[in-house]
Write a protein that binds this ligand. Structure first.
Ligand code: ZN
Length: 97
């Protein structure tokens, strides 16, 4: 169970569906969001969830070129790109989740 799911999503300014898909894929499980809580099938220690969130932030929130957290995920022709808001030239493809 991931209690602060919606809080974390708001803080990261990402689509809750995207983060949910990422977590379910990385934890190889299924789950649903109910009342702001992500309910995961199986046992997943808090430290593991935290580690996955850190991975998500590194891959889908922080610009890999300058480290700026002000970024946006943009979908173009079925591919996902990370667009840095600090430097517009910082635009690269990320994994499709
Ligand atoms: Zn950047």
């Amino acid at each position: 169970m991931f209690k602060n799911f919606v809080k974390v999503v708001k803080y990261l300014r990402r689509d809750p569906k995207h983060l949910r898909r990422f977590l379910l894929k990385r934890l190889a499980t299924s789950g649903t969001v109910r009342d702001g809580v992500l309910i995961l099938r199986g046992r997943h220690p808090q430290e593991l969830l935290q580690k996955k969130i850190d991975e998500y932030v590194a891959e889908f929130v922080l610009c890999k070129i300058c480290g700026c957290p002000e970024t946006e995920l943009v979908e173009k022709r079925g591919n996902m790109y990370l667009q840095c808001q600090a430097v517009l030239d910082h635009n690269y493809q990320v994994e499709n989740i």
